[in-house]
Design a protein around this ligand. Structure first.
Ligand SMILES: CC(C)(COP(=O)(O)OP(=O)(O)OC[C@H]1O[C@@H](n2cnc3c(N)ncnc32)[C@H](O)[C@@H]1OP(=O)(O)O)[C@@H](O)C(=O)NCCC(=O)NCCS
Length: 204
């Protein structure tokens, strides 16, 4: 095999890995929450929280104006699973049996072994440590099952709660990436946080 064959093989196994992970995204249990694939049955619960302009204030998407917006997002996510492309888990409150948010990898560079995590939670459940609880398991999944070397997360400059979550999960602040995101009609600076596999192994 020459270098090119090696490269082809690496690319192919990377593509296969991405395909397998999202097509067969496993359910993950934490103490209070369950991460599982989203389904069309989640439309009502999703709309309940995604229609809040406060939840949507610091994210890329607009708050959902009607249930069709929620169904559109679910259809897109389910298609992503089917095509083996990055898509979020639903966050289910185990005791209530209710979908209260989403978390997951929405960008994965297989050849560079890094991926980016995003999350959103219903306002009714903020500040109970829920996203910190599931983010830690999403990190474990990334290092143990996606062969990641680096996990990234970003937030808008005023999103102090998201920043706090990243710090509680062991991510380090790298700096401000200028005008990295175009959303809601304008460019936004983002704070870049990351965690390396070596750091995670040393602290777990
Ligand atoms: C950001 C978000 C996911 C956090 O989820 P959560 O489950 O409430 O997070 P946790 O309870 O695990 O941790 C929140 C931390 O932020 C802190 N916090 C909350 N609001 C804050 C504020 N305005 N300023 C400073 N800290 C704040 C809390 O005190 C808590 O820290 P502590 O445990 O040290 O007290 C949630 O607020 C959310 O969904 N926001 C809207 C969507 C969003 O912004 N997503 C992220 C895009 S980058």
């Amino acid at each position: 095999m020459d270098i090119f064959d090696n490269y082809k093989e690496k690319k192919m196994s990377g593509t296969n890995r991405e395909y397998t992970v999202f097509r067969h995204l496993p359910t993950i249990e934490t103490e209070r929450l369950r991460l599982r694939k989203l389904s069309m049955r989640d439309a009502g619960d999703l709309f309940e929280y995604a229609s809040s302009s406060e939840v949507a204030e610091h994210v890329t998407w607009e708050h959902h104006r009607n249930i069709s917006d929620s169904m559109h997002f679910l259809r897109f996510t389910i298609q992503q699973y089917e095509e083996g492309r990055p898509a979020s888990w639903g966050i289910v409150h185990k005791e209530l049996g209710k979908l209260i948010g989403t978390i997951g990898y929405h960008m994965w560079s297989v050849s560079n072994s890094y991926a980016e995590v995003g999350y959103a939670l219903s306002k009714d459940y903020w500040n109970k440590g829920y996203v910190t609880e599931v983010f830690k398991e999403v990190i474990r999944f990334g290092f143990e099952h996606m062969a990641l070397n680096r996990i990234e997360a970003t937030c808008m400059l005023k999103n102090a709660a998201s920043e706090r979550v990243m710090l509680k999960c062991g991510l380090k602040f790298e700096g401000i990436v200028r005008e990295r995101l175009f959303a809601k009609g304008r460019f936004h600076d983002l704070k870049m946080y990351s965690l390396l596999k070596s750091e995670w192994e040393n602290n777990s």
